[in-house]
Ligand binder design. Sequence first.
Ligand SMILES: [Zn+2]
Length: 167
Amino acid sequence: MHYYGDSILRTTATPVSDIDDDLKALAAAMIVTMRHENGVGLAATQIGRTQKIAIIDPTGGEADPYILINPEIVYVSPETMIEDEGCLSVPTIWQPVKRHKCVSVKARDLDGREYTIENADGRLARAIQHEVDHLNGILFIDRLSPMQRRLINGKLKKLAKSGGEEK
Ligand SMILES: [Zn+2]
């Protein structure tokens, strides 16, 4: 896992052109890592890779995760929702974050098939927005108000000091 302070988390991921064995192995490794860390989702940059792929499992291990290759959010609802959010790469910090209540996302699966998750809401909608942000080098803490940001500044500095390399 790569942590806050590591520049790879600020990298914009590169769109995947070939779904080859390397990408399949990456997806498998991401699933293992996400399950091990009890995460709801994971983006490739969080384990030090730059391919545009994220996985999401809003069920916490009850179902196969969504594999999102080259995901693109194609619809966002005007309604928003504020809920606590955290990130495996920003441990110990949980803060309320405003997100669109519903989103639709278009992506490819490991067979190269294009699919769309239509009108995802709740935890899934939040996870989609969080992971697509990752693939654009954006972290949830970037979406906090200046006041929230001030509150967690000390913790972030500590994280950045200990982060920046694989733990
Ligand atoms: Zn995250």
